[in-house]
Design a protein. Structure first.
Length: 315
């Protein structure tokens, strides 16, 4: 089949073949009248036009062929303004968090390596914008300086102890008028004298300092024993001597006595203790995977596990 107009010297040619299912067309190519049809180079797309009669006179033209059958439709891509990403959500199970996962990643679309990058990208602009702000912006654009604002805050907190002292004096006078001995009540609540407590704290501090000095000498002796063990050719370098073991045990006993005289708040805090407990290895059977917030137990039944419930699991 071919098609040619008056002003266009090219011919639009296509191959056609009659089949039992209809007419089989190739794609159309523009060629000059004296040129041959480039078969095998560009004629690679075929279109089947269904037709009931196989009469050659009923062969349709190229314009009658459905355009959808000549090739695949273009894919329409919709660009969103911002891709929606979800990070793993932290889970808090309280006292039972030792046997549960820390993050629920069932609905997350970000990996472990992507989360720190996203968090760093969110923090940097905020820090930069805070540094770029002028003192006028920090005070709300008014002419009041930051020092004047601080003076107002300091004056406010200085007046509070005076008010509390005035209220205490009024309460003391009212209780005395009612016949209540306030001095006796205060002495019963605080039986220990402040001077005694101060003396006790000072004595404890002296004891701790003395134990520290003793331990410093013992640590120096222990270092000498260890150096001698490593230098000695007759020794294997691994087995400590009797004097070295005795010195190490004595240092341990002195440290225990120092801890008995030291308040826990001077050694550690609650946050450090909780972090240490979270890092302890768990030898019990625990759940591996993700849990939903409304399904806050790890083991639904003992039928799935040969062992019993661990002590830190809930039912």
């Amino acid at each position: 089949m071919s098609g040619q107009t008056r002003h266009n010297p090219f011919k639009r040619l296509a191959l056609m073949r009659s089949t039992p299912s209809g007419y089989l067309f190739s794609n159309a190519v523009d060629v000059l009248p004296k040129e041959d049809l480039p078969v095998g180079e560009t004629l690679d797309t075929l279109t089947l036009f269904p037709a009931v009669p196989l009469d050659p006179a009923a062969v349709p033209r190229l314009g009658a062929v459905d355009a959808d059958g000549r090739g695949p439709r273009p894919v329409r891509v919709v660009k969103h303004s911002r891709a929606s990403t979800k990070a793993p959500r932290p889970l808090n199970y309280g006292a039972y968090s030792s046997c549960f996962p820390m993050f629920d990643s069932s609905q997350a679309t970000l990996g472990v390596r992507d989360i720190p990058l996203c968090l760093a990208g969110e923090r940097q602009p905020k820090a930069a914008s805070t540094k770029a702000r002028e003192p006028e912006e920090l005070t709300g654009g008014s002419e009041v300086s930051i020092s004047e604002e601080l003076e107002k805050v300091i004056q406010k907190y200085q007046t509070e102890p005076d008010v509390a002292k005035h209220d205490a004096n009024l309460d003391y006078a009212l209780l005395n008028d009612m016949g209540i001995d306030v001095e006796h009540l205060l002495s019963s609540l605080n039986p220990c004298d402040t001077s005694d407590s101060t003396t006790t704290d000072a004595s404890h501090q002296q004891d701790v300092n003395s134990w520290l000095q003793r331990n410093a000498k013992l640590v120096a002796q222990l270092e000498q024993h260890q150096a001698q063990r490593l230098i000695d050719e007759d020794s294997d370098g691994l087995t400590p001597s009797k004097a070295e073991a005795t010195t190490a045990q004595q240092i341990q006993r002195y440290l225990e006595r120092m801890l008995a005289l030291t308040s826990p708040s001077r050694v550690t805090n609650r946050r450090t203790i909780r972090r240490t407990m979270e890092c302890l290895p768990s030898t019990q059977l625990f759940y591996r995977g993700t849990l939903s917030v409304d399904h806050c137990f790890a083991f639904p039944s003992n039928a799935q596990h040969a062992q019993d419930y661990p002590p830190n699991a809930t039912r």
